[in-house]
Write a protein that binds this ligand. Structure first.
Ligand code: FAD
Length: 490
């Protein structure tokens, strides 16, 4: 019998399980119900709250982000999602008064050269005068403009690229700490192509990152002359927020707004405390996916979107997928880190803390990776005269530090704050939040690995994989990945 528009099979809604209630799972569910009226979604989240790594807490006048604190706006998915759920009025930009970063050199915080974006120096004269690099280091950095580009399709580590183009000092003193702050990764292993393809494109299009940056500036200036009152804002443009945005009341408000949209749709059942322990693929006896939950009977679905970190995805999918896919998912490594959130009196510091934060090169041999000055970055994060800090510990380069207990970690963070910023009193409070295997490491070969995973997953109809383990580690990438999975289901 063929299916017609009015046949029972055509009228039956598509039942989709979304596994994981972090931002990826929430975005996937939102996309499914916003793009089709014929979908019924069950969102299965093992913990008692939605948001996953995203978590905001408020206490004693402090607004604390325990996980991410903002998202980049030049990747449009997060802003687009906020537009779709009517949340843009709550978005705020960073505080322009403190818009600069510091980097530690010989124990002293110094400003990152003006206009230096990860590795693109948009103001060469700022490089000529920076005390971060020696005179030779500065000349070597600027000589990048004259070093011939290498045209190769081979993947390369970030460290190899930076060493080749800008020299060892720029790698050690600027790029490693700046990138380490984002990926908590070892640049010797990090794939340039998977993490910062823009720089590779710059080398390939202009023969040099510096020349490409200067050409881009020239074209931006021409645009500005054409549109003296500003380039018109298109939907999804992050231009009006600056490079980073967050929610005025914290990112958990964004999670709550998505949850509200899902509940309003009437077609999403949100189940908290629902830990998925296994997934079985359809068989000749049963045409549906069976999702097993701890201490509950299995549920059946037409399609399943798994938004867990890849290693957890491999565990729950063990019997549902081919051994090659299982192995490929496990190949993606993750790093663990801890965030120490602390509240202080500003007057307890000799340093003015007049920036967004400090990054620390590995060669400085400190026990902390970076410090974000949260209440300088965004308004209303701390009461007047006080400051909220977030200090990052561990990552791929110092995993052993996380074997220490919370008191020890808080203790060495205080010692570092004392030594670097002249802190002369203990914090009013400090809380250690651990992220075990939460940060995917996009090592050399990552894109080929992901392409293999995607092609193997396509051989399993009804199964879709999404999350930060595949095509981008930040919030906008996670949202885009959830959306792509939902679009494939539809
Ligand atoms: C410390 C830290 C700081 C960061 N800072 C930023 C930042 O400032 N900006 C930015 O853009 N990105 C940042 N990121 C990255 C960003 O947080 C992630 O990309 C994003 O939150 C990932 O979301 P997700 O939904 O894919 O995963 P998760 O948030 O990990 O969600 C997965 C969910 O699945 C649930 N789950 C796990 N196993 C099961 C199971 N068996 N059954 C059911 N549910 C299960 C978990 O409880 C969790 O809720 C940061 C990450 C970390 C660790």
């Amino acid at each position: 019998m063929t299916e017609t528009a009015s046949s029972p099979a055509a009228l039956k809604p598509l039942r989709v399980a979304v596994i994981g209630g972090g931002i990826t799972g929430l975005a996937a569910a939102q996309r499914l119900v916003s793009r089709s009226s014929k979908v019924q979604v069950v969102l299965l989240e093992s913990s008692q709250r939605l948001g996953g790594i995203i978590r905001t807490e408020a206490a004693d006048g402090f607004l604390m982000e325990l996980g991410p604190d903002s998202f980049i706006t030049n990747k449009p998915a997060a802003i687009q999602l906020c537009e779709e759920i009517g949340f843009t009025a709550q978005l705020i930009a960073t505080d322009a008064r403190f818009r600069r970063s510091l980097v530690l050199r010989n124990g002293k915080p110094m400003p990152v050269p003006d206009g230096f974006m990860l590795m693109a120096p948009s103001k060469p004269w700022a490089i000529l005068t920076t005390p971060i690099l020696s005179f030779r280091g500065r000349l070597r950095l600027l000589s990048e403009a004259f070093i011939a580009g290498r045209m190769t399709a081979e993947d390369e580590s970030l460290a190899s690229f930076v060493r080749r183009r800008f020299g060892q000092q720029t790698l050690d003193r600027l790029v490693q700490p700046l990138v380490g702050g984002i990926y908590t990764a070892d640049p010797e292993k990090l794939s340039l192509r998977a993490t910062m393809p823009r720089f590779l494109e710059m080398e390939q299009s202009h023969g040099s990152v510096i020349r490409a940056t200067l050409a881009q500036q020239k074209s931006d200036r021409k645009q500005a002359l054409k549109h003296p009152h500003g380039v018109p804002e298109s939907s999804g443009s992050g231009a009006r927020y600056g490079l980073f945005a967050t929610a005025a009341g914290g990112l958990s408000d964004m999670v709550a707004a998505i949850e509200q949209t899902l509940r309003k749709s009437g077609r999403v059942e949100i189940r908290l405390g629902a830990e998925v322990t296994g997934i079985d693929r359809p068989t000749v006896f049963d045409a549906q996916w069976a999702v097993q939950l701890r201490q509950e009977s299995p549920l059946t679905f037409d399609a399943v979107i798994v938004t867990l970190p890849t290693q957890a995805a491999a565990r729950v999918l063990k019997t549902a997928i081919r051994p090659e896919l299982h192995a490929a998912l496990q190949e993606i490594e993750y790093a663990s880190s801890a965030v120490v959130v602390s509240g202080h009196q500003l007057s307890d510091f000799a340093h003015p803390l007049d920036a967004f934060g400090l990054v620390i090169p590995a060669i400085e041999q400190r026990k902390i990776l970076a410090v974000s000055f949260s209440s300088r970055k965004f308004p209303d994060r701390a009461p007047a005269g006080q400051i909220l800090l977030r200090t990052f510990v561990g990552g791929a380069m110092q995993p052993e530090l996380l074997h220490q207990d919370d008191n020890t970690i808080a203790g060495f963070v205080n010692a570092e704050l004392r030594s670097i910023f002249g802190m002369n009193a203990l914090p009013m409070f400090s809380e250690v939040i651990r992220y075990h295997n939460a940060m995917p490491q996009y090592h050399v070969g990552h894109l080929a690995r992901v392409a293999r995973i995607e092609s193997l997953a396509r051989e399993t109809p009804g199964l879709y994989l999404a999350g930060s383990g595949y095509t981008g580690v930040g919030i906008p990438d996670s949202i885009a990945s959830g959306w792509t999975a939902a679009d494939r289901v539809l």
